[in-house]
Design a binder for this molecule. Structure first.
Ligand code: IVH
Length: 664
């Protein structure tokens, strides 16, 4: 492609992708399919690598990251990033209000209330409306330049519409609750340690060296402060931010007196749990900027603002028993079975006790009354014991020494917190857990097979290993309680379809410890086939980016087990994918063919179709001629085009026909 032409296309792609992103992340509107979006993005990435001069600082390709920072540069803040005074009591708030009233010497004033988002403070600098620098709070005076990482956060605009030479905004980067939960679920499935809370995870993510990894963390950001001229109150500043395309939480409220502020606090005390972000309180700011200036600062905090922190809710309830769960890796998790108690909007009956160290730390006794809190407001956790309620003769909880499911003696490896049941091949919850993992959405995705059916099939002796799935017959299924012709057919179809699942999904599904989805992808990108992976030695494994000693050892140990190698052979014979086809798709399959794309399509935007043609070696032209190979016709295509194509005997195909061309 010529530079001139490339520039035009890069302009177009920049504009369209920004538009789709804005609609998706700020307006919750999906204008095009994920697939189509990815194709356009890929086209732009390719063009930018071909013509590096065309890469702009605000290009949507920055969202996917890819830069590696060995360390972050320290930068000075234009004005200090301050913290806020805290209070937990309404009386303190009334005192704050009295101080404000006194400081303003009889002037009338308003407050502006916001929720206090529990994340990491960030400062964003824009020059000529383009994001040029993002800096962490650091010690308040200087912070780390994390621009590449911040650019991967989709709600941080790379370009705004403020028409200002320079501009700084400040806000909070956070990991949405559902993203945090999902991340931990994936870590649990991969046998990795769980992250403690969303705030620390957001903070750790922002400081990762590889921005492509940050992009995967799906961080979000709310802005709540504008450093620029042109507004007289905080309310005006917030409205400017909204107008210019910044992500502002819609939970703010202007209050005309402290009583209204208290009502705001009560309003959100429970409701905040339904928000996508963790909040730990509210922030109260004097609205007028002149009045803020008049009130001034103490050494560390403004006198015109304060934060009210909600008490983290805790409840006291009876410990009925400690039970033990066996995970698919054999890890034992002790669980506190509690007398049901209401806590932050839900009834809590169970809480994880993590491991035996935790039980020792709490010095837990049988029949104790325990305090439970919601750790990060999501997962309940036992925080202590009410010793005043402990019976004099109660015995300490003795940790089990045998597996509760198969009675094998438990082991605990040097340096690990958890006990394990070593009976990997025979222990029922481990067997069932491995199958549940294999069929999981992120793995082979056989969604018509639930945990109950796995148990039934296991009890019949028909399902002990994933490869047994591919031997199941309809007759067997019809013997199971609750199965009818249709449900049996559906399950068999689901099992059959799983043979098309990509190698990445299969490798993840095997359940090798520490091989989560991302690790599976990395390994496959490098080794491409299971045979290559199986014969890789330690040095080769740790030579792959992001594969450390622990993962390498685990992969080697897995393939050393004869049972595992036999199982892989069986899965191969069943027809599962053990070789990757990735990157081969962008092929030359359409080389020499020309296409006209016309009309509206169901699965693609027109742009995405064109991109798919090009990435597979075809050529897109605009007018129909005798030399044209294909006209891809969507709905609402003009009748004259159709006529012309028919007259010139050009092949008219549907989008589905086009897809099958790519499969050839
Ligand atoms: S205003 C000088 N507004 O809380 C005032 N801060 O303890 C600066 N925070 O460092 C902050 N939500 O990281 C403000 N709506 C909000 C906030 C908020 C969370 C954080 C911020 C700040 C800390 C202050």
């Amino acid at each position: 492609m010529e530079l001139e032409q490339a520039k035009k296309r890069v302009d177009e792609l920049n504009k369209d992708l920004h538009h789709y992103n804005y609609a998706y992340y700020m307006e919750d509107k999906s204008l095009i399919s994920d697939y189509a979006f990815d194709l356009l993005l890929k086209e732009l990435i390719d063009l930018e690598s071909q013509f590096p001069n065309l890469k702009r600082p605000d290009s949507p390709t920055q969202r996917v990251g890819g830069t590696i920072n060995k360390s972050f540069k320290t930068v000075q803040h234009s004005t200090r990033m301050l913290s806020l005074g805290n209070t937990y009591s309404e009386d303190d708030l009334l005192d704050f209000d009295a101080r404000v009233a006194k400081g303003l010497e009889g002037q009338s004033y308003e407050y502006f209330c916001e929720l206090k988002f529990d994340g990491v403070a960030i400062s964003l600098q824009y020059e000529n409306d383009v994001l040029v620098r993002a800096v962490t709070r650091g010690d308040g005076t200087k912070g780390d330049d994390i621009t590449d990482n911040a650019k991967t956060i989709r709600t941080i605009p790379l370009k705004i519409k403020a028409n200002l030479n320079t501009l700084e905004v400040r806000g909070e980067v956070f990991m949405p609750k559902n993203v945090f939960e999902q991340l931990n679920k994936e870590r649990e499935e991969a046998g990795e340690d769980l992250y403690a809370n969303a705030r620390n995870t957001a903070s750790g993510s922002l400081k990762m060296m590889d921005s492509a990894q940050v992009a995967k963390r799906k961080l979000d950001c709310y802005l709540y402060m504008l450093l620029a001229d042109g507004h007289n109150s905080h309310e005006e500043a917030i409205h400017h931010l909204e107008k210019w395309g910044f992500n502002v939480s819609p939970t703010y409220q202007k209050c005309s007196n402290i009583q209204e502020v208290l009502r705001y606090i009560h309003h959100w005390s429970e409701k905040r749990h339904q928000l996508p972000v963790e909040t730990d309180g509210i922030v109260i700011k004097v609205n007028s900027l002149d009045q803020q200036e008049l009130l001034g600062f103490t050494a560390k905090t403004p006198k015109w603002a304060i934060s009210y922190k909600y008490k983290s809710e805790s409840a006291c309830t009876k410990l009925n028993a400690v039970t033990y769960q066996v995970g698919r890796t054999g890890a034992i998790t002790p669980v506190a079975e509690l007398a049901p108690v209401l806590l932050a909007g839900t009834t809590v009956k169970r809480a994880s006790l993590h491991n035996s160290n935790e039980i020792e730390r709490l010095n837990l006794h049988q029949g104790d009354f325990v305090f439970v809190e919601k750790g990060g407001e999501i997962i309940p956790k036992v925080t202590g014991v009410d010793l005043s309620k402990r019976a004099a003769n109660s015995l300490p909880i003795a940790y089990i020494t045998e597996c509760p499911a198969c009675q094998t003696s438990l082991v605990r490896k040097e340096g690990e917190a958890s006990h394990y049941c070593p009976n990997t091949q025979q222990c029922p919850p481990q067997i069932k857990g491995r199958i549940a993992h294999f069929i999981h959405r992120n793995a082979l995705d056989i969604d018509s097979l639930g945990e109950r059916t796995i148990s039934l099939l296991y009890e019949k002796g028909w399902l002990k290993k994933p490869s047994d799935l591919y031997k199941l017959t309809k007759e067997q299924l019809l013997e199971l309680e609750g199965f009818k012709d249709l449900s049996a057919t559906n399950l068999l179809n689901g099992i059959n379809n799983s043979k098309n699942a990509p190698f990445e999904a299969v490798l993840f599904g095997l359940g090798i410890r520490y091989v989560g989805k991302t690790v599976a992808e990395k390994l496959i990108e490098h080794f491409r086939t299971i045979d290559a992976l199986m014969s890789a030695n330690f040095e080769e494994l740790v030579g792959v980016q992001e594969i450390g000693d622990r993962i390498a050892e685990s992969v080697i140990a897995y393939f050393l087990e004869e049972e595992n190698r036999i199982e892989i052979e069986k899965l191969k014979s069943a027809g599962l994918q053990f070789v990757t086809t990735a990157n081969e798709k962008a092929s030359n399959i359409l080389a020499g063919k020309t296409f006209v794309v016309s009309g509206v399509f169901n699965n693609y935007s027109r742009d995405a179709l064109k991109a798919a043609i090009k990435t597979n070696g075809g050529k897109v032209v605009s007018s129909i001629s005798k030399k044209l190979d294909f006209l891809i016709a969507g709905d609402k295509m003009g009748p004259s085009k159709k006529e012309k194509a028919e007259k010139l005997e050009v092949r008219i195909i549907s989008e589905e026909d086009f897809e099958s061309l790519l499969l050839k």
